[in-house]
Design a protein around this ligand. Structure first.
Ligand SMILES: [Zn+2]
Length: 410
């Protein structure tokens, strides 16, 4: 079967959720329900399945853009989301990126300006709460659609599967070697000095702190009607980017046996006659398929767990939605914490026992950074101390993270 391609997610409105259980409409009620959800005994059906590698006591998390909003990153669908702020927003497709030097110039110019904000952004209270859930043995794996690497930064010891890749590196489409994004950013600054000084000014003015084109203009930044930056005297067509350094040193032989050509101009910029060595962000672009090993690892993470907790995503992308469906179909309880509706969410909560208070399913519409720290605090108070191995972790990261966490609670 052909791997499904990444498609632009459905962006229309979704119906508002029914909160489950009904008293989970406050932070206190949500914490109580999620606490029961995470500590309920697994269903006999799932226990019977556990012979293989399954662990019905453990939870797998599936996260999306909503969890990074408190870190200052844009959501796609929320009030400040990319789709609402910039209605003509249309991401580049993989095939355009590969085929078109001009499209790559435009992509890298925008990315050059956008990287600063992402690079200075940090994980928030929700990511650190997940770290503690991992330390407590409650969560065993995180699957994320986010490309910001916040999960692995906040909880390096709790495995994270990055379903849609990551922006912290680039990958060569020919030799598949990775290149750190930071080094690439330096190359872009060196090749595009006018853009580099423009970026420095835009950062200083605060114009890049918002995605809203009107707010950007108010802070002195010129933008086109489509929200693109308009740099006087330096249109996108002048933007320059480097070639893959590995392919440049050693131009590979193409699939048909011919020698590829990988060259740069006197300044180190890509030349359009090249036939290999295109660097792309290490994310799954629209129109590109998810690597089968990532897809399979995500399915195994679902199959090996006893419950699914969905955080900050409307499951609008098919790759995420089908993982949630897979969990539900195997009889796993599903909990969803998301602001706004979720694609086909009724199906996740069908036939719940009338009396259930969160053990069999939870639906909360509150921010992840508002609920998860308090949830962790509640679980620490109610779980037996031997389940909490946090104190035995000697790593210095543990202390700093715990401190961050305490600060969030105070
Ligand atoms: Zn290469």
């Amino acid at each position: 079967m052909k791997a499904p391609l990444m498609r632009i997610p459905y962006t229309g409105p979704l119906p508002p959720p029914s909160i489950i259980p009904r008293n989970a409409n406050t932070i206190t009620g949500a914490i109580a329900a999620l606490s029961r959800f995470l500590t309920a005994p697994p269903s006999p059906t799932l226990l019977a399945r556990d012979g293989a590698a399954g662990d019905s006591q453990s939870t797998v998390i599936l996260s999306g853009a909503g969890i990074s909003v408190a870190s200052g990153l844009a959501d796609y669908r929320g009030t400040n989301g990319t789709y609402r702020q910039n209605r003509t927003y249309r991401p580049i497709y993989y095939h355009e990126f590969l085929a078109n030097h001009e499209a790559r110039k435009r992509y890298w110019a925008r990315s050059f300006l956008g990287w600063t904000n992402l690079h200075k952004a940090k994980p928030n209270a929700a990511h650190y709460a997940i770290k503690t859930l991992g330390d407590m043995g409650i969560v065993r794996t995180v699957i994320t659609q986010n490309v910001d690497s916040f999960h692995s930064a906040a909880h390096p010891d709790l495995p994270t599967l990055e379903l849609h890749g990551y922006l912290r590196a680039l990958t060569c489409v020919t030799c598949h070697n990775d290149l750190p994004r930071e080094a690439f950013q330096e190359s872009l600054a060196r090749l595009n000095p006018a853009w580099a000084s423009f970026l420095a000014e835009a950062v200083a003015s605060g114009a890049l702190d918002t995605e809203n084109p009107d707010e950007r203009r108010a802070k002195g930044m010129k933008t086109n009607p489509d929200g693109d930056v308009d740099l006087p005297g330096a249109p996108y067509s002048t933007f320059r980017y480097p070639a893959c350094p590995h392919c440049l040193t050693n131009p590979p032989i193409a699939g048909d046996g011919t020698q590829t050509k990988v060259e740069i101009d006197q300044d180190g910029a890509w030349v359009p006659t090249n036939t290999a060595g295109i660097l792309k962000p290490s994310v799954v672009m629209f129109g590109e398929s998810i690597a089968s090993k990532v897809k399979e690892a995500a399915e195994q993470a679902i199959d090996g767990s006893g419950r699914l907790l969905v955080l900050g995503t409307s499951l609008a992308t098919y790759s995420a939605w089908r993982l949630a469906r897979r969990a539900k179909e195997s009889g796993m309880p599903v909990g969803i914490l998301n602001l706004g509706g979720v694609r086909g969410e009724d199906a996740f909560f069908q036939n719940l026992p009338m009396s259930q208070q969160g053990e069999a399913g939870v639906r909360v519409e509150l921010g992840t950074d508002k609920v998860l720290p308090g949830l962790v605090d509640q679980l620490k108070r109610t779980r037996p101390t031997h389940m909490n191995n946090e104190a035995s972790d000697p790593s210095s990261g543990q202390h700093s993270n715990s401190k961050v966490f305490r600060d969030m609670l105070s």
